[in-house]
Every structure is written in structure tokens, then in C-alpha cells.
Design a protein around this ligand. Sequence first.
Ligand SMILES: C[S@@+](CC[C@H](N)C(=O)[O-])C[C@H]1O[C@@H](n2cnc3c(N)ncnc32)[C@H](O)[C@@H]1O
Length: 512
Amino acid sequence: MPTLDWLNKAQALKAAAQVPYRLIEPQSIHGDPAADNWLIQGDNLDALKALLPFFAGRVKCIYIDPPYNTRSAFEHYDDNLEHSQWLSMMVPRLELLRELLSEDGSIWVSIDDNEGHYLKVVMDEVFGRTNFVANVVWQKRVSPANDAKYFSSDHDYVVAYAKIKEYWAPNRLPRTDRQNSYYRNPDNDPRGAWNSVTYTGNKTRAERPNLYYEIRNPFTGDAVWPPDTLTWRYGQETHTQNEAQNLLYWGKRGTSKIPRFKMFLTDAEPTVPRSVWSAGECGSTQTSMTEQKALFQNAFGTPKPELLLSRILQIATQQDDLVLDSFLGSGTTAAVAHKMGRRWIGIEMGEHAQTHCLPRLQKVIDGEQGGISEAVGWKGGGGFRFATLGKPAFLPDGGIDPSIGFDTLAAWVWYQETRTPWERNKVGARGGTPLLGVHEGTAYYLLYNGILGDRRPAGGNVLTGKVLQAIKDIVPHAGPKVVFGESCRLSASRLGANELRFRQIPYDIRAR
Ligand SMILES: C[S@@+](CC[C@H](N)C(=O)[O-])C[C@H]1O[C@@H](n2cnc3c(N)ncnc32)[C@H](O)[C@@H]1O
């Protein structure tokens, strides 16, 4: 496959693997303390890596609106990277985002013409060309920018990829009043309003001779044949039923040359998403600025309208699905996800994580009525946690930072071994036992921070005969076992007899 090359691409491809694993440090809880929504302040490269052990493969929909590289310095962030640097910034983040997506998940990226075409090529590399779904054109501007030197730039793109296209299906969209307004009832059909489609088929006479036959106009009695080389839409038997059910329309006075076929509004399906989204349907930058002014004294400069996000979440998620935005800006994605009953994680590195996102999301919990609130009947409720990023879990020499708790190390070890997220409520840390869980028949145990209490020498972190017995008593598992601990005092034959492999902390744990 042809690929894009740029200065320092090789480093960019290694960057995601080289980012240290950091702690997420909860700072405050807002609203319902049981809610598992997260607002994280920090560089998203670090934050995404920190989320992997807990959320890999769990996110149903990712929306990001990264800096477009417009050579601008906005009030709240700079948007002026050298072209290669922009690509090198995006690639490792896209790689981590891909790991966080569920198999039936999708990613949506807002972009414009500055980097859009390069982004498409890079996303082909990261997500696979076959997983490309659409390059949506969103009409961001209604009236032209007459001061533009060349063209008034009236649209942005939203580039969408599925993690695995065969496992992903878009939700159909509810019908709008405008779409329904095309259904009328000129013949007072008791079944209600209808729209009509052509009664000719898309095959030629040569291909389907059985669809070429004479029908009669009931008003004039004239014999009528399919025009040109065409055929009718249905065979003769179905046509007779259609006539009996009054499904053919010959015009108000029966004067049409060929009939049309009636389709009733009551049978109309929700609609398939289309690739051009008008400002009327999804809002414009003007809509989002109006939303900002109602929310903040100091409006964020480059927000997206809530309607645009609600369109994406309508297509790509269901109630309770997890939504992630790692370039959160003023918090639009999180606010919309919350109002639509989705779970969410938002990451923003700027101070506006605290000056904009946090108060905005607090307002949402309190029942804020701007944006999509009225349309979704939002009344308030729910909650979220605000967190920052802590220090790396591993020291430069590979050792473990002494302040690292059991949960943090457990999640990392589990993820490194299984490539699946660690569930905090699994038997293990919460139950005060060293079992992290069982994956494909193998049980994983972690002896760390004295998890076994007083049954231990050297803080319970050494695998001795006693500790092995304690493990077997507390969490029996017939089958292969892997134990991570400080050291092991069991002989190779005893390990073998117990189907046990020992891994030494920290040397056998990959720090990155
Ligand atoms: C275009 S804005 C997003 C606007 C957002 N969609 C909204 O509706 O408010 C891009 C945001 O990405 C943030 N950002 C840029 N680089 C980042 C990084 N490495 N980690 C986290 N956030 C970053 C910027 O601070 C800025 O707030």
C-alpha cells in the first residue's frame, strides 16, 4: 500500500510505545459519585496511555477535533505546527485511540483543507483503508466570508473510520419534519400521507422480458407499456395486487402517461446517514458561538455546535455506550454525550479544562438548557470525576515508583499480559487477594504492596511455599498460573508441578 513519508516519521511510529505509563490522579467528584465519566486534564498522549489498562477495547465512539494547523494562535491554544510535526503529533495519538476502540466502534475526526487530505492517508495507515466509512462535509458557515482572498471556506470535514468495518453498522437517523413534509395525500387515501416513486424498474426489456407487459389506465382505459427500453417495477401478478390495493397513482385526473407507486409515511423507515450535513441540520460555527456566549463570559474560540456532536453520537452510539474525546476544547462532546445518556471520557491539556470544561459539565449536571437540551428533554443529573495526570509508574531504571498502588500496577500487568482492560471489580485488589483474573484459562496473580497481609515474608511479595498455599486456599485455580512477585523461593520442579510460571517484578514487567 502506498504510504505517506515525512521527516521524523520513524520516531512518530515509536512514540506511542515509548510514552511512560502514568497515574491518573482523581481530584474532585461532581454530582453522582457512582458515575464513571472522566474529565482529565493533561497531554492526551500521556492520558490515552494511562487509560489503556482500564479502557482498551471499550470505547464505542471517539470524536476528536484536533488543532487544524491553520497557522493561528487562538486565545486558548496555538494552532501552528510545522506540517511534519503536525503529522508526528497525530500518528501516535491515533494509534492509542485505535487500541481504545471496541471492535464495533468508530472514530470521527473534524478537520479542514489544511491537513484533511494528509490526515486521510495517515488514517488509512493506522485504521486500514478498508475501514474508511465516510468523509462527511459539514456546512460550518451559512453566509460567505466576503473578505476571503480566494474562496469563502464554508465547510469542514468529519472523517469517519470503523475499527473493523464488518462489525460496525451506523444507526439510521430519525426522520425530520422536512423529510416527512414530502408525504402528501392528494387522493385522500384513508391510509394517510404518501410519497410516490417511479413504477418503472431499473432492468431493460432484454434483461427481464417478464416485466414488460401491458397495463391499463383505469381512468381512460388506455393500454400502457413501459417507455423506451424499460420494464415495470413488478411482475404481472404483483401488479394485479397493487391495483387491487390502490397503490398506483395516475395523477389527479388520471392523466399521467405512466403511473407512480405509493409509499406511505406510516411505513417510512428512519433514514440512512448522508455525507453532506447542512448548517440547518447540524448547526454552524455561529450556532456554537451563540452556545458559548450563553455558557461563558470568556467564550472558547473554536467550539463545535452541540447539534453536530449529537448527529455523530446518534449514528455511532446507543444509550450507555462509552464516548471519548481527547481534544476536548470547551467540553462539547462530553456535554452532548452526557445529555444523550452516554458515558464519556474527555481529555484537554489547556487551562480551559478547568475554566471551561469543568464548569460547563457541572452546569449540564445541574440541568443546563442550551444546545440540544430541549431536543433530548434534558433535565440534569449524573456526575463525573475530574482528574489530572500524575508521575510515571516506572522509574527511569525500570523500577517501580514506591507510591504506586496495587490497582495501578495490577491494571498495567494485566493489560500487558492479556491486551484486555482490567476490571477493577474483578476478584483481586478489591477482594484483597492477589488474583488479577483468568484469561484464556491462565490465572494471573500479583504479589505487591503486601496484598496477602500477614501471611508473608518480606511484605508478602515473595513466592514461598506458604504464600503458594495461601494463594491456592484463597483463590483456587486448576490450570496454568502466572505469579508476579519480588522473588521466588520455589524450585523449578515445584513450579512445574503446580503449573506455575514466576515473573519477577520489576524486571519482567514492560515499563512502556
Ligand atoms: C479545536 S479545539 C476542540 C474544540 C472542541 N471540539 C469544542 O467543541 O470545544 C482543540 C483542542 O485540543 C486541545 N489540544 C491540543 N493538543 C492537545 C494535546 N496534546 N492533549 C490534549 N489536548 C490538546 C487544545 O488545547 C484545544 O482545546
